[in-house]
Design a protein around this ligand. Structure first.
Ligand code: NAD
Length: 491
């Protein structure tokens, strides 16, 4: 960050080269104030547009992202180091959620309930909420904004987006596309962007009573701060925070299917997904053979580390130098706590790569299964291996962390999978629980989010739209006389 004669500027760094992509001027608290004031006015106009007509705007935005998918995907790769197909996938997620929101715009439902009073109608209707503050993490620099912005737009809300300072260029490009499309259709100001520091812009946003909802994605540390400030003003927060996700591999699992699912879950996006598989909990009877196969797979990945935009690359860089330090710290802690490094464990140093690269790392926990560092989320490709004898022991290990985002079990047995998904809630304690597929790579159709320190928020599909609207219960008396509920007489 630098002050070049006046306003602060930040460099958007390319993690692949550690070079600067561009300098971005930061907004100030005064810029925030102007944006928030204007956003309230934009909301008053936008909420009066019928929901299906709002859907037409989102449909056009989805089409624009279809057109620009290739270029935007490359920008994601350049700015945060995702490999090409994952960068493209991120933009595809915008297209998908836009499609979902368009459908929703014609079916935002209400409810009619039977009234206990004759000649009365009892209904619930859903109304636009207001200006939604969206705070996004670096690792999904586009899709998570779109999950919020598309649903909020059909709901009748205006979004004010504060992206991560590690990915400002992606934010500028995405917001500009959405804003230009909406403006060309007569609706300026529905999609807004503010790029600034957490202390100046972030804190202004979360304390602002004009924003009834703050939707924040990022670390548990950030969520605790945002949740507390928003709660202090009795606002709503939608928190999508860190994960420490585990795969349980039962003794009857199809290991040919399990192996690639775990490798992708653990090293995809260089371990920088909230849903990354961080812990493998494997039945002791198959642990040795499976871990040998896994170690081989990890060794073979070494040659696939590199420039995320090059064909054949499977593992790009970590986002910055600090992330590499955190990776090294976790590996050192694991060693000090008695774990064994089976693969990786250090920076990736090759003459043809210069940025923030580390080797995918497989770490075997001590026989006691005690490894405190594994209880923390380190945003890097580190997979810790634990073993178990009884399924209940594995489920307890999986649930023993502070976060509750994603989980999965690999098994051919319906008893095991039903135990894991038990309807009494005694199985996985996560917001996402999968069978025979990994912890990462959710579709937009389901509600996405997690429990415990993951924050409890739900975004994307299913009924997540409810977070962006306010519910109103209405009793309409057409009986011609006044009758009180519960048979109360007041004469
Ligand atoms: P981070 O917490 O460092 O930053 C996230 C965002 O919060 C950034 O935009 C940052 O500027 C903002 N922020 C931080 N302090 C703030 C404050 N006081 N007021 C307002 N805004 C503030 O997280 P990160 O390093 O960008 O992302 C990685 C983390 O995000 C991981 O923990 C990961 O698990 C989590 N994540 C969760 C999900 C999910 O859906 N659950 C998705 C992606 C990432």
């Amino acid at each position: 960050m630098t002050a070049q004669s006046g306003p602060l500027w930040i460099a958007s760094e390319n993690p692949t080269t550690a070079g600067t992509l561009a300098w971005v001027k930061l907004d100030t608290a005064a810029d925030y104030e102007r944006q928030a004031t204007e956003a309230v006015e934009s909301f008053k106009r936008w909420r009066s547009i019928p929901a299906p007509a709002r859907g037409l705007v989102v449909r056009a935005i989805g089409d624009a992202f279809r057109t620009h998918k290739h270029d935007l995907g490359e920008l994601v790769s350049l700015e945060v180091g995702k490999i090409r197909s994952e960068g493209q996938g991120e933009i595809q997620e915008i297209v998908d959620i836009a499609d979902f929101a368009v459908g929703l715009s014609r079916q935002l439902p209400g409810l009619t309930l039977p009234s206990e009073r004759a000649g009365h109608r009892l209904i619930e209707q859903w109304l636009p909420l207001g200006v939604v503050g969206v705070i996004s993490a670096f690792n999904f620099p586009a899709a998570v904004w779109a999950w919020n912005a598309c649903l909020a737009a059909v709901a009748g809300d205006v979004t004010l987006w504060k992206p991560s300072l590690l990915a400002p260029l992606t934010a500028i490009a995405c917001n500009r596309i959405a804003d230009e499309v909406a403006t060309s259709m007569g609706h300026p100001g529905v999609f807004r962007l503010i790029i600034g520091t957490d202390t100046e812009v972030g804190e202004s946003m979360i304390a602002d009573k004009r924003l009834p909802l703050i939707s924040a994605t990022g670390s548990c540390r950030m969520g605790k701060r945002v949740g507390a400030v928003v709660a202090q003003r009795l606002g709503r927060s939608l928190l999508e925070l860190g994960g420490n996700n585990a795969c349980i591999v039962h003794k009857d699992a199809d290991l040919d299917l399990t192996l690639p699912a775990i490798v992708f879950g653990a090293v995809g996006t260089a371990g920088q997904r909230c849903t990354t598989t961080r812990r493998l909990i494997i039945h002791e009877s198959i642990a040795d053979t499976f871990v040998q196969r896994l170690t081989k797979a990890y060794q073979s990945l070494e040659s696939r580390i590199g420039d995320p935009l090059k064909d054949g690359t499977l593992i790009g860089p970590l986002v910055n130098a600090k992330a590499v330090e955190q990776f090294e710290h976790a590996v050192a802690q694991a060693k000090a706590q008695g774990a064994q490094i089976l693969a990786g464990g250090s920076r990736a140093e090759r003459s043809d790569i210069r940025g923030h690269f580390v080797r995918p790392t497989l770490i075997k926990a001590p026989a006691s299964n005690t490894l405190p560092i594994a209880l923390e989320e380190t945003f890097a490709p580190i997979l810790y291996v634990f073993t178990y004898r009884e399924l209940d022991e594995a489920i307890a290990m999986q649930n023993s962390v502070d976060q509750g985002l994603s989980s999965s079990v690999f098994t051919e047995s319906v008893r095991v999978s039903e135990r894991f998904l038990h309807p009494d809630g005694s199985g996985s304690d996560c917001g996402i629980a999968n069978v025979n597929c990994g912890t990462s790579g959710a579709e937009i159709g389901g509600a996405f989010g997690g429990e415990k320190e993951t924050g409890g928020g739900r975004e994307s599909g299913s009924d997540s739209w409810k977070a962006y609207m306010r519910r109103q219960t209405c009793t309409i008396n057409f009986s011609g006389k006044l009758e009180l509920a519960q048979g109360i007489r007041f004469e």
